[in-house]
Design a protein around this ligand. Structure first.
Ligand SMILES: [Zn+2]
Length: 415
């Protein structure tokens, strides 16, 4: 009767998250314990979990380097030396040491300061680099690098690794390096592309963590998690001394994650891959959760009438919806959660912009900076309403500083 007293094997409980997102049989029964991502079997469990939630197997899993906590201080330098950072979606060129800003960069930074969107005395590129400082993962030609945090749980580090694995899957499918190179100089399309890749990585980082922890999350719970993450990002932007840079860095993650989740619910896993074939051309479309881009009403053009005689245009850039959001945070300095949500929606009404910076010679040989920011919103009544708010809130003190025409608002400020 050997074996008669042996308990029958306990049927593996299906992963509760699978009730919401659907899983294959192998995924339903997969068990993952908290582990050290420095160990190969641990990394394999994370990768399998990403594939269970996101779908699509990696043909060639990337090399993974795990940087120990005590090496934290040198991590940024190491990333730059390894060549990973040059193409990293999570920080990219921020590790490059800053050189003396060009004349155009210096005037651009001053223009941002005139609008209250950049900390006085700081360069815009440095402010962006500062916003990326907390970033602890990167992915590039040399593979994945994750900086583990000594005060974080193993789950947290596993989630970070999951995020980078999503980028590795994207790279195989999309050739993100080529996309980034193509869009680097196209401000608003570059932001939309970042929303695509970072939003997707952000979403599947969350889902993979919930999957590994076997959390039971209904679709409404996932909606709520994404909303809370968006709200914490909005609080960070509102508190930042450089809200322009903060919004530029953070908004694509949150707008993209929400949109990818909508696509997942509507079309399943294939939906997010189809999105890669025709990503929205502007960030505002992601913020509206509307994959259809609208025709932009304002774009920078070459025929320019300077705001003052003797002024020379030193730069003209399309800044996108994130800068409009940063502006709204300046106008409404203290916000409730509902108000932040409303400002997010208002920024989603962005329909194109041109941020022009001018230099005018002073008699002492220096140059004065002025800025003209023209941005379009949904329609003329929305433009008039926003202009009135800018004046009523005394963000702009003179009526001549802000005008409206054809659903566009023109803000002009100078030193
Ligand atoms: Zn990322």
């Amino acid at each position: 009767m050997l074996g008669a007293c042996t308990d029958p094997p306990i049927a593996a409980q299906p992963n509760p998250l699978c009730a919401s997102i659907g899983c294959s049989d192998e995924c339903e029964t997969l068990r993952v314990e908290p582990c050290d991502i420095a160990d190969e079997p641990c990394r394999l469990s994370v990768l399998t979990s990403v594939q269970c939630t996101r779908g699509l197997e990696l043909v060639a899993p990337p090399h993974v380097a795990v940087v120990e906590p005590h090496a934290d201080a040198g991590a940024a330098t190491q990333r730059a030396d390894s060549g990973v950072a040059a193409n990293a979606p999570d920080g990219g060129s921020i590790d490059n040491p800053l050189t003396t800003p060009s004349r155009a960069d210096a005037h651009y930074s001053k223009a941002m300061q005139l609008l209250g969107l950049l900390e006085p005395g700081l360069q815009a590129t440095a402010a962006t680099a500062r916003e990326f400082e907390g970033s602890s993962g990167s992915f590039g030609p040399a593979g994945v690098q994750v900086v583990t945090q000594s005060d974080e749980t193993q789950w947290r580090n596993m989630a970070r690794l999951a995020h980078e694995y999503v980028h590795a899957i994207q790279e195989e499918r999309l050739d993100t390096k080529q996309w980034r190179a193509r869009l680097a100089d196209e401000g608003v399309r570059h932001q939309a592309f970042r929303a695509h890749i970072e939003g997707e990585a952000d979403l599947y980082e969350r889902l993979s963590l919930a999957f590994m922890q076997r959390k039971s999350l209904a679709a409404a719970d996932i909606d709520e998690q994404l909303r809370k993450r968006r709200d914490s990002s909005l609080r960070a932007i509102a508190r930042s001394e450089s809200p322009g840079a903060s919004a530029w860095v953070r908004v694509p993650y949150r707008a993209g994650a929400a949109q990818h989740w909508t696509m997942f619910m509507q079309r399943g896993r294939r939906g997010t891959d189809q999105l890669a074939d025709d990503p929205p051309h502007d960030l505002a479309a992601w913020m509206r959760r509307d994959p259809v881009s609208t025709t932009l009403r304002v774009r920078c053009s070459t025929d320019v009438v300077p705001p003052a005689s003797g002024a020379e245009r030193t730069s003209a850039t399309e800044e996108g919806a994130s800068l409009l959001l940063a502006l709204l945070f300046q106008v409404f300095p203290s916000q409730t959660e509902d108000e932040r949500s409303e400002l997010w929606d208002r920024a989603g009404a962005w329909r194109g912009d041109c941020f022009e910076v001018f230099a005018t010679p002073n008699s002492d040989g220096t140059e004065a900076t002025s800025v003209r920011w023209t941005f379009a919103v949904e329609d003329q009544s929305a433009a008039v309403e926003l202009r009135d708010v800018l004046l009523a809130r005394q963000w702009l003190s003179r009526e001549s500083d802000v005008t409206t025409k054809d659903a566009a608002i023109v803000v002009t400020l100078g030193e």
